[in-house]
Ligand binder design. Sequence first.
Ligand SMILES: Nc1nc2c(ncn2[C@@H]2O[C@H](COP(=O)(O)OP(=O)(O)OP(=O)(O)O)[C@@H](O)[C@H]2O)c(=O)[nH]1
Ligand SMILES: [Mg+2]
Length: 302
Amino acid sequence: MPRTVWYPGHMAKGARKLSELVSKLDVIIEVRDSRAPSSTSSPLIKSLSKYTQQKPVIHVLSRKDLADPEKLQLWLNGLKHTYSADLRKREGLANIRRAVMDFKPKHREVRLAVVGIPNVGKSLLLNLLAGKSSASVGNIPGITKSVSWYRNDGMLIVDSPGILDPHAEAGAHMILSWLGCAKAEVVGGWENAALSLIRFLTERSMTELIPVKTETETDGDDVPALTEILERIGRRYGCLISGGRVDTELAGRKFIEAFSSGKLGRFCLEVPKGEKAVDFAQRAFNFAERCSAAVKTIYAGE
Ligand SMILES: Nc1nc2c(ncn2[C@@H]2O[C@H](COP(=O)(O)OP(=O)(O)OP(=O)(O)O)[C@@H](O)[C@H]2O)c(=O)[nH]1
Ligand SMILES: [Mg+2]
């Protein structure tokens, strides 16, 4: 049984450090991914309010450029103090800066922390606010490992490591792995993550995001149909091993990477007040585990 929770030491340490300094802050920026604003919310926001009085929180939905614009608008209509942004193009930055400066005390700089789960764009946002590329940015989860302060005209900003919920359900990690915010190893590997994503997309009629034909029946727990789709993906991406068989682990990785980077199209996995994608992902996770076990049994029996 693979480990289903990813909470290494730097996350625990980061959470502790943030709790120590939260009383000094004027405002917190929480960064979430526009494509799943509920599942990518930070577990820290709730826990930090335990340490001091409630702090104002500005929500930034990053990767607006990769999200379905209509579904994203539903989130923006329903959430207060929320700004969407394409941080790579600096779109939405002026609004975020204005919102932060509203909390600036008269006689000193405004103190803020940028928090969120891994790989949502915290350090990139910090660099844009600070006006320099001081914090390391990279497209794998877990780049920032410590809590650090940065200063710019009128702002004292804390960058923090991406921190996940140590008590999260396996499904919560599954959906994060599809978005590149959690490692696939945590949810049983790339094949497992890809099979559950294929199931999610087929059941939601979002098959335009799958780079091969999916006309095979996928009702119920139809194991061969999903594995067949993953094998087609593997053949499309050239993931072949001896005997012309598909390396399904590599195929899963290539598929998830293309999906999370937006190469397969824009999407939102959640809409407000709908079925939470994380609930679905939990079921998909359970299914994918059984599914990949079945595949291994087939290979072992050959
Ligand atoms: N397309 C797109 N990419 C973005 C956006 N915001 C951030 N990224 C990319 O997302 C990746 C992660 O950015 P980081 O700033 O390192 O994320 P982080 O939240 O600090 O990650 P950790 O330190 O690992 O927790 C980088 O490759 C960024 O270029 C955005 O709005 N649009
Ligand atoms: Mg970072």
